[in-house]
Design a protein around this ligand. Sequence first.
Ligand SMILES: NC(=O)c1ccc[n+]([C@@H]2O[C@H](COP(=O)([O-])OP(=O)(O)OC[C@H]3O[C@@H](n4cnc5c(N)ncnc54)[C@H](OP(=O)(O)O)[C@@H]3O)[C@@H](O)[C@H]2O)c1
Length: 219
Amino acid sequence: MKIAVLGATGQTGQHLVQQALQQGHTVTAVVRSPEKVTVQHDNLKVVKANIFSSDSLKDNFKDQDVVMSCLGFPTSFFSGVTGYTLSMHAMVKAMREAKVNRLITMTSWYTEPNSGTQSSYMIRFLLLPMIRSVLTNMFQMEQFLQTTNDIEWTVVRPPGLRNQPASALDFLTHEGYFVPDNSGIPVGSAVARGDVARFMLSLLNNNTWIKKAVAIATK
Ligand SMILES: NC(=O)c1ccc[n+]([C@@H]2O[C@H](COP(=O)([O-])OP(=O)(O)OC[C@H]3O[C@@H](n4cnc5c(N)ncnc54)[C@H](OP(=O)(O)O)[C@@H]3O)[C@@H](O)[C@H]2O)c1
């Protein structure tokens, strides 16, 4: 398949690009700093574009089968985070203009403000308040995607991310804001970035999660 990847220079995005190329896909890495892409491959094209401008994105989306995003933006206590929604609005507009309708993007567990009540005290009272501005904007982006009728989107929600390559572990999935065990308690607290990329790519052959947000964990 032909895949346009945003956030290709990021820690998860790099795994996604590598694995996509290994699987025989053709990748267009849409980045702001092309010099940051160190991988070279016959099936990899690196283009510079502005993720907040549909005009800048649309030509790079032409002829692509799918747009995949591993974009990330830092927390902000004072002004709020807007990168997720602003970039997604530009991406969706550009996808419409380029006639691409499949989108796979990542957010996080606990984007919904009240969804963390079953998590550990550390996560609930320390981590979630610290990253709330990011989670809030991810949630707004998820809500925006739900209003798009023409886009076949999937939101992948991982827990914490570990800097590790893909494993062969089975995935646990749940259509919700985290993966619960039988008692409703979140299962695990982190996955390898390589496994998030592996799961995102597995969606290319699986329509189960179209127009859905899926929380993931590994067994
Ligand atoms: N950390 C965790 O435990 C955790 C848990 C769950 C979910 N998440 C979320 O998962 C996603 C991926 O995380 P990660 O750690 O792999 O991300 P990351 O390493 O921080 O990478 C972020 C990517 O976004 C790109 N980006 C940011 N601002 C941009 C801009 N203005 N224009 C163009 N590109 C821009 C970066 O490009 P540059 O290289 O040019 O900066 C980079 O490619 C993030 O949304 C993160 O919040 C994280």
